[in-house]
Ligand binder design. Structure first.
Ligand code: CO
Length: 249
């Protein structure tokens, strides 16, 4: 018996159980119904797209990678997107991040994990872009949550900039791009309210340099504006002190 025999046994039991409960299930799946949704999510095993949306396998076309990123030089991700948009004609692209993402945490803590650091390099750019906002967070957990959200928002923007989505919109194809985030601790998906439905909506966010923040982020930042000012002051004065200690004696 192979080491993975238990998985094959699980599969046989599952297929049997489904066939008994719904005799037409596999025949329907095999008829290749085109899904309406293209899901871009994290590879994290705790965020299984079909399970958390409670959708059957034929209703979700899925691409997953570390930290749910949309990189415009990634042939794998772009090919999946192009197939979803041009061939399957999905109506919605959903970028779904999750709180507690290990990839996001690695960037925040400056961890060195190997090859994956190259994949996550783009997130360092996001971290730099929102440095003031992130540094306004007093605790590591909130900062982690915020970068998880900001990453999703930036990946929505990247998706909208892709030739795949731009071309679809130019040709009048009905296609919306959404940013969601999933909570590992409560199983709930939150809409970050950054949905884009066409080219005209993208230019607004770009003009300001930063996409619209989610309600969660925006609310937090309003509450902590005073703290941003305080921390900026501390940061400005701090290097002098260190400089004096290091070189003054
Ligand atoms: Co993750």
């Amino acid at each position: 018996m192979g080491q993975l025999e238990h998985l094959l046994q699980n599969n046989r039991a599952w297929a049997q159980e489904v066939s008994v409960r719904d005799p037409g299930f596999f025949k329907r799946l095999a008829s290749q119904k085109a899904p309406e949704y293209f899901w871009i999510g994290c590879s994290d095993s705790r965020v299984p797209a079909n399970i958390i949306t409670d959708l059957p396998p034929d209703e979700l076309f899925v691409h997953r990678n570390v930290a749910n990123m949309v990189q415009l030089a990634d042939m794998n991700g772009l090919s999946a997107m192009q197939f979803a948009v041009d061939v399957l004609k999905v109506k919605h692209i959903i970028i779904c991040g999750h709180y507690g993402c290990g990839g996001v945490k690695a960037v925040l803590l400056g961890e060195r994990l190997g090859l994956v650091d190259n994949w996550l390099a783009q997130m360092h750019v996001i971290q730099d872009k929102y440095r003031a906002e992130l540094e306004s967070c007093h605790d590591e957990r909130t900062r982690h949550d915020m970068l998880c959200e900001l990453n999703v928002i930036e990946q929505v923007a990247n998706t909208c900039r892709s030739t795949v989505v731009q071309s679809a919109w130019r040709h009048g194809q009905a296609l919306a791009v959404h940013g969601w985030i999933y909570g590992l601790t409560d199983g709930r998906i939150r809409d970050l309210d950054v949905s884009q439905h066409g080219q005209e909506h993208l230019t607004d966010g770009d003009a300001q340099g930063k996409p619209k923040l989610s309600p969660t982020c925006a609310a937090f930042l309003t509450a902590s504006e005073k703290d941003i000012v305080t921390r900026t002051t501390i940061r400005t004065s701090s290097p002098d002190k260190v400089w004096g200690q290091d070189y003054g004696t």
